[in-house]
Ligand binder design. Structure first.
Ligand code: ARG
Length: 588
């Protein structure tokens, strides 16, 4: 559907032209003085110099050309040359009526859908999910949903970290503890057991123990590195162990992501890219892209315009071992081959920015991607505690995702129980839904690249710029609609009519912005813009609600109009939170 603001801008442009001015001065913006007007145009000020005329004169001439406009109910030229605009109620009502009939709530599908791979989540196998991975999952999921809503082919890939030292550490620690396991018998040729020799709980204890030990004990670390190498070389017993680690760990990860309402299309992992490495390395050498530097194979990626030093991209270490970025480059090769994406977007901690600059430049220079393949890095900031340091448990340890979810759910549960007497069972489930909104909205309402403070009290509040406030508003609308239908009202009758109050008009104008907001939020990969929008929308709704006696309205047509306005507001809010990756309960 055409954007509401386009109707306004076109009308303004026509007026500038009619008055003898360049139509480009007719740009319109939302008013920053809502007490005076709804939209404003500052084109007369901008044109004053060119036309050597007082801006107010230009503004008055343009306003003269708007006489009888079907778009504006009022257009005023004010000092020093602004044009203040108010919208015709009829036009606004008609737009929302159309929007309500549109099965995509006025948002157009893109004409040329792109195939976009979204690399997000990025957990490391066998290490518990921690809050750093939380951000990637939450932000990535939202961007995936936005892109899909607009009609792009979005492919979300979890890109598991399964190829690093953590595997060697676990194997080494297991060997220390249970040297008799069949996996460690060198001459063993039989089948390995189907059952893993550890549970997820044990695995999560083994890894940190091994990691801590390797930091103190040099020879232990060497053993772990050797084990990693042997695993990568295909040692049978280690391979079998690796398979067990993967199965146990991935099952657990899936459960955790499910709780977060995060789903991946692909469960690919670093190891999947390994087979592409030898050929890629050969190619880079053959084409003269890579050269030896102190025994290591590198590709230079610095550019003349760099203001800071961008080190070469290392492809192989001097001992021939591959690195994190070798895997990332090979993954690009794999993705191009399997999916031929138009874009690959990485949602990763912003501390990896320089690293991705190197990887992208290397991929471009060595032509692993096509000239117009987009490679984008979406770096996010750190989630901090109230002390301004990375978020930790009360005891100062790494915060496990499960624990974070449990703590928030408990907090929400307390608040919900305080509020009313829903059945216990119901309240638990509701607390989970609302708790998730608290976490996700708390995260997404900040610009992704910024650090933010995870403030449990603030995020779980029913008031202010929070997830629970948005859900509360949705539930409020649902309960009015329920009462309406229970009293015999029909949701089919009538349609949105002209606004009869300021607060109603403000709500209606806000609703027209939905399509622009969604498009812009995806364009800028900025879920916080959707949060900002629904916060305004919820405020506008609540303002309207407090001033309007909806259910006791006597005039049938008026009541039906408001009911439809409620339905549309509910749909826009629910669609928006779905784009953010959470949902609303029926009651709270
Ligand atoms: N596993 C990595 C980490 O924990 C994140 C992976 C990001 N994605 C990528 N393609 N490198 O730091």
């Amino acid at each position: 559907m055409k954007k509401f603001i386009d109707y306004i801008t076109e009308e303004m442009m026509a007026a500038f032209e009619k008055a003898g001015y360049d139509k480009d001065y007719g740009k319109v913006t939302i008013s920053n003085r809502p007490d005076l007007c709804e939209y404003q145009c500052n084109g007369a000020m901008a044109g004053a110099k060119k036309y050597k005329k007082a801006p107010l004169m230009i503004a008055e001439e343009v306003v003269g050309c708007l006489e009888g406009s079907p778009v504006f109910s009022s257009a005023q030229a004010v000092k020093p040359g602004f044009i203040n605009l108010k919208i015709q109620e009829g036009l606004l009502a008609a737009y929302l009526h159309e929007m309500q009939k549109d099965d995509h709530l006025s948002v157009d599908l893109v004409k040329e859908p792109k195939t976009i791979i979204l690399d997000y989540g990025g957990p490391n196998v066998a290490k518990p999910l921690h809050v750093g991975h939380l951000r990637s999952a939450i932000i990535g999921e939202s961007i995936k949903r936005m892109g899909r809503f607009l009609g792009h082919k979005m492919i979300g890939d979890v890109h598991l970290g399964d190829w690093g030292l953590q595997m060697g550490l676990i194997i080494t620690e297991l060997k220390e503890r249970q040297p008799d396991l069949v996996y460690f018998q060198e001459d063993y040729e039989g089948e390995y057991p189907k059952e893993a020799p550890f549970t997820i709980g044990e695995l999560e204890e083994i890894y940190p123990a091994a990691s801590a030990r390797s930091k103190e004990d040099e020879s232990y670390k060497e053993k772990a590195m050797a084990a990693t190498h042997q695993l990568q070389q295909g040692n049978r017993g280690y391979r079998a162990l690796w398979n067990h680690i993967m199965t146990v760990s991935v099952n657990d990860l899936k459960k955790n992501y499910e709780k977060l309402n995060v789903t991946f299309d692909l469960w690919k992992k670093e190891s999947d890219a390994q087979p592409y490495i030898p050929e890629m390395v050969e190619y880079m050498k053959r084409e003269g892209y890579a050269h030896l530097d102190n025994g290591a194979l590198v590709v230079d990626v610095k550019e003349e315009s760099d203001t800071k030093e961008i080190p070469p991209c290392m492809i192989l270490k001097s001992d021939g071992a591959s690195l994190y970025n070798t895997t990332d480059l090979a993954t690009i090769v794999e993705r191009m081959k399997l999916f031929h994406p138009d874009e690959i977007i990485y949602v990763v901690d912003k501390r990896q920015e320089l690293y991705f600059t190197q990887v992208f430049r290397c991929a471009r220079k060595t032509k692993l991607v096509e000239e117009n393949t987009g490679l984008y890095f979406l770096g996010f900031g750190t989630m901090n505690g109230k002390d301004g340091k990375p978020f930790k448990t009360r005891e100062g340890g790494v915060m496990r995702l499960e624990r974070l979810l449990a703590e928030i759910t408990d907090e929400m549960y307390k608040k919900i129980i305080e509020n009313r007497n829903v059945k216990d069972e119901d309240a638990r489930r509701t607390a989970e839904i609302v708790g998730l909104s608290a976490i996700k909205y708390g995260d997404l309402s900040n610009q992704a690249s910024k650090d933010y403070v995870f403030d449990v009290d603030r995020f779980t509040s029913f008031e202010g710029d929070t997830g629970p406030y948005i859900l509360y508003t949705i539930v409020r609308i649902k309960s009015i609609l329920n009462r309406f239908t229970q009293d015999g009202g029909s949701l089919e009758e009538g349609q949105i009519k002209e606004a009869v109050s300021e607060s109603e008009k403000a709500l209606m104008l806000e609703l027209t912005r939905f399509n622009s907001v969604v498009e812009n939020a995806f364009e800028e990969k900025a879920p916080h813009k959707i949060c900002g929008y629904i916060y305004d929308l919820a405020n506008d709704f609540n303002h309207f609600y407090h001033e309007t006696k909806i259910l006791s309205e006597e005039k049938k047509e008026q009541k039906a109009s408001w009911i439809h306005l409620l339905l549309l507001t509910r749909d826009v809010l629910e669609t928006s939170i779905d784009l953010l990756g959470f949902s609303a309960p029926e009651r709270m």
